[in-house]
Design a protein around this ligand. Structure first.
Ligand code: GAR
Length: 214
């Protein structure tokens, strides 16, 4: 078992209810997430319940509001500084409702993952977030939807896919009922699994580096 000091230091960025954040906390408790440790939660919304969840857990939480900064670049710079000051090695976007700039994504290449509530490349990219994704899926009439965890690059929802899970659409689904089922049957399962997979890879890369005598 890894000691706390060897685990990958994870930050979760969340704007809303934080049920995916909770799934990550639960995964630490039930041993699914064992190679990483959630050390920091950042939110851009003062009323985000995700902040409360962090507080209850005793995890450091920081509010960084866009309106506190004159430009998007300065807002992002504050997030980057906070991540660096806390020695964060992996960033998880769990319902973070902002598109990060290419400068940001390049700063943490292959170190940012995101959960999206559809089977990418369907219903993704700019404008597809939260309930809107499920409204679009129902309007289109798809019979299967799901969730995707992917690396974040400069293309919104365009980075390499890590995990996906399909969920059936039911005849009488509303956007709300579909959102709930996609969370329960897909997001809360594949996000912790992906967090573990990526954390383990980061640890293995560290060990390779040490083995090569650096
Ligand atoms: C989740 O369904 C997540 O996939 C989605 O927002 C919800 C956040 O819920 N994210 C996006 O749409 C990003 N494009 P939560 O705050 O309860 O985890």
């Amino acid at each position: 078992m890894l000691s706390a000091i060897d685990k990958v230091r994870i930050a979760v960025l969340a704007s809303g209810g934080g049920t995916n954040l909770q799934a990550l906390f639960d995964a630490e408790d039930n041993g699914i997430l064992k190679s990483g440790s959630i050390e920091l939660v950042i939110s851009d919304k003062p009323d985000a319940y995700a902040l409360k969840r962090a507080e209850k857990r005793g995890v450091k939480s920081v509010l960084i509001e866009r309106k506190a900064f004159p430009s998007a670049a300065e807002f992002e710079a504050e997030i980057i500084n906070t991540l660096k000051a806390n020695d964060i090695e992996l960033i998880i976007l769990a319902g973070f409702m902002r598109i990060l700039s290419p400068e940001f994504t390049r700063t943490f290449e292959n170190r940012i993952i995101n959960v999206h509530p559809s089977l990418i490349p369907s219903f993704c990219g700019k404008g597809y977030y939260g309930l809107k994704v499920h409204e679009a899926a129902l309007d289109y009439g798809v019979k299967i939807t799901g969730a995707t965890v992917h690396f974040v690059n400069e293309i919104p929802d365009g980075g390499k896919i890590i995990k996906q899970k399909a969920v059936a659409v039911l005849e009488d689904d509303t956007p709300e009922s579909l959102q709930k089922r996609v969370m329960q049957q897909a997001e809360w399962i594949i996000l912790p699994e992906a967090a573990e997979e990526v954390s383990l890879n980061i640890i293995n890369t560290r060990n390779d580096f040490l083995r090569k005598g650096n």
